[in-house]
Design a protein around this ligand. Sequence first.
Ligand SMILES: N[C@@H](CCC(=O)N[C@@H](CS)C(=O)NCC(=O)O)C(=O)O
Length: 325
Amino acid sequence: MLVDGKWTGAWQPVQATDAKGGFVRQASRFHHWVTPDGAPGPSGEGGFPAEPGRYHLYVALTCPWASRTLIARKLKGLDEVVSLSVVEPEMTDQGWRFGAGGDGVNAKTYLHEIYTAADPACSGRATVPVLWDRQRRTIVNNESADILRMFNAGFGAWARGAIDLYPEDLSGAIDALGDELYLRLNNGVYRAGFATTQGAYEEAFTDVFAMLDWLERRLAGQGPFLFGGRLTEADIRLFVTLVRFDAAYHGLFKCNLRRLVDYGQLSAYVERMLAVPGVSETVDLDHIKRGYHAIRTLNPGGIVPLGPELPWAGRTARAAAPAEA
Ligand SMILES: N[C@@H](CCC(=O)N[C@@H](CS)C(=O)NCC(=O)O)C(=O)O
């Protein structure tokens, strides 16, 4: 991680646990917002007006949090407005690394150099996603939940996609479901995978399957999406975890009570989400499998499993290119 702007020690998946051996995720550090006219958003400073070609998104295709932002960028038709760099799937001793051509915007090798370009004294983990401002040469925001909302509403007329991922009449319900999803499922699988005590693992495992069972029932009662006919950010938050479940969380993170393919409603839901134009292009099973299985503390030999067979695998994209500027 970065300490006062210097990379310190080899990368470790877990740098903090709570008193019971539970995994603790670091809070994001940059919280500015792109808004249609550059007015300040809910946090951070103003001065980040929506403009085509100004902002750049750094992602890892293995990462569910970064994938949220990739899906929103597609659904809002922002591909031509916000450019993209994809890091290599395997984490190195210095964290995320760019492929042969560098990152295409800042000509850096490692993602942590983007953080120190924004703040030479930066401390903390160098996580994806990162939204970079070419003009002010700084990080706008490195929290996927914020970037998701910014892509929904911050780019105003530059967004070609008409879909509203956070409609006002559903905002309270989306927030409430999003909190549950995060705690028990999105981060629940990480709490299971990175638990350092049996108790912390079992607690997380129970949360994960209770949530999946609950979602299976909810989708049986109302569909096709979590809030009926309207696809919202809650669907993006759910999908990114479901699509990784059998390939990464079931085995590596020991979330193995059931596979996702054992859930009829949830499996059909994944297929439905993949059929939404733009979504399948954001899913790269090769990066997902290589990325998770490169976590040496969980998989010391680094062997990447060949399976599982997934009914929808053929409809997902491999990465278009390792680094697209
Ligand atoms: N709160 C962040 C979390 C992002 C996150 O944890 N990303 C992981 C990849 S899945 C990462 O970049 N980890 C690198 C590290 O921890 O050093 C968000 O949702 O944007």
